[in-house]
Write a protein that binds this ligand. Sequence first.
Ligand SMILES: Nc1ncnc2c1ncn2[C@@H]1O[C@H](COP(=O)(O)OP(=O)(O)OP(=O)(O)O)[C@@H](O)[C@H]1O
Ligand SMILES: [Mg+2]
Ligand SMILES: [Zn+2]
Length: 171
Amino acid sequence: MEEYIVSARKYRPMTFDSVVGQKALTTTLKNAVKSGKLAHAYLFCGPRGVGKTTCARIFAKAINCMNPTAEGEACGECESCKAFAEQRSYNIFELDAASNNSVEHIKSLMEQTRIPPQVGKYKVFIIDEVHMLSSAAFNAFLKTLEEPPAHVIFILATTEKHKILPTILSR
Ligand SMILES: Nc1ncnc2c1ncn2[C@@H]1O[C@H](COP(=O)(O)OP(=O)(O)OP(=O)(O)O)[C@@H](O)[C@H]1O
Ligand SMILES: [Mg+2]
Ligand SMILES: [Zn+2]
């Protein structure tokens, strides 16, 4: 499962407030964390390098934080935040579909969605570059997306909204 675990890279913003120029998005996400009103799936679309992957990771960390700030930021200090920072979180999974786009990859990831988290409320699945999934892989993913278990949150990121939206919307 190693390849699914978030690799927090250096020099990436680690908080919503250090993300530049995405105030509307980060405010929405912070409010979701504050209120605890979370959707089952989020889709981040936009051109290369605007911070989709960065925001997905910050959001996943904040969702799982045991003690988020009044602002809706992750505390950075709880067990969950530490596990995320050390890339050993069992509640945050990341698949880079650009390099792992096979149906086997997505199936083994979807198997993980069925197992509830042992600690905390949610398992967060980041599927980056989701437009790169093979069509068989994308269909396997859509099956789970249609009826996600209560403890599952998907964060999808893509530069090609037009390629995936029609399929998702048609479901
Ligand atoms: N809004 C932002 N504020 C601060 N840093 C940013 C922002 N957007 C991107 N960066 C920096 O730029 C780099 C690329 O960001 P990121 O990988 O999140 O972009 P992306 O939208 O996922 O791009 P791609 O479509 O190529 O995957 C990171 O190192 C990140 O720290
Ligand atoms: Mg990215
Ligand atoms: Zn925390």
